[in-house]
Design a protein around this ligand. Sequence first.
Ligand code: SF4
Length: 425
Amino acid sequence: MKEELLHFIWNSGTLMKRNLQTHSGEPLHIVNSGTLNTDAGPDFFNAKIKIGTTLWAGNIEIHLKSSDWKNHKHHTDKKYNNVILHVVYHHDAEVCYENGKPIPVLELRNIIPPLMLRKYKQLQLNQNVIACENLFIIPKEPLLTNWLNRLLVERLEDKCEHINELLIQNNNNWEETFYTITARYFGMKINAQPFEWLAQNLPITVLSKHKNSLLQIEALVFGVAGFLEEPHSDNYIALMKREFDFMKSKYALEPLDKSIWKFARTRPANFPTPRLAQFAMLIYKSSHLFSRVLEAKDLPSIKNLYKIPVNEKLNSSLLHSQQSKIKNTEFGDTATELLLINSVIPLMFLYGKKLSLDDLCEKSLSLFEILAPENNAVTRFWKKLNVPVNSSFDSQALLQLKNNYCARLNCLNCIIGKEILIKNE
Ligand code: SF4
């Protein structure tokens, strides 16, 4: 038995429907279970209960055993003077107010519905991919949509926290931050960190000085990435190297060590070199990209900004010099959508929040509703359970559910868990 289950039962509303009695035998009716307090002090504030014919308003404290009141030193803490009911699993000791009067007690030991307890244990001990797989139910509307909405906002806020750290590092420069998180995305999971280091070692201010020359942008990107340190027989790469050698000393650039880039355990299309070529082309094509994204009026206009052509010269050179195993393809629609979901929209949301631009926050959230869902193991799993996964709004929310609730057995704070536990109790 965990105290968090007692919190859940008190908060779930199921006790309000019951004819209860205090431990001393007086009729007890819960009018309002109050608000959960996550800080120091009693567990629920502003509850209302009726004991006999008297209506009481105040706080609720919950423990596994009554004796925990003294063990936790509440008898010497003024914050607990306004507790109107002590809710315990097992009443093993009398607890009194300062004036010696006993605090009313509700003992849950014989009240908790046995089916709820069985299902709770099943959730805690389950070894399935998600604990509730065998008990799974889809909450009715609008419960499901409201829950997914909350999860999506939580996921966005988690992402925004990371972006905000970058923003602080970049002295509140939004374009520079946008550039860094875009770089991270181009690295996919496997080369995200090297791409971030690349962005840190190659300031956007240097790139913007060469925005009219694709060759120089490519030279800067491949040079700082560490791919132009040795002589090359390929004409185009040799040309890039010449350009880079000059700019390296001009801007005091520090190339990364080439060995940080991972080629193993990734599909050739995601090798760092074709990705670097696409990244260089995006920079060449789109100066002030962040401002242009913010100004774009709809999803097609945003996607248009990411239509990145291929530089055939660089492509064939990478193939010949064995730095790529396949001919580089365009930055496709799926790749663009993933970039929007993971980097662009969270940054737009954060920008909207920081500048109190409610319309922009709304626009960011509504983009999730029209972007297709990701197709990965997590989304396929939820689909198998018949959960509708119709847009990236659903898929992002369900990713958050899987990572932050299911993986941590946080079922008591999940609407699905709540529905499972109170069903038929
Ligand atoms: S957190 Fe919710 S969805 Fe996940 S296992 Fe628990 S009850 Fe099921």
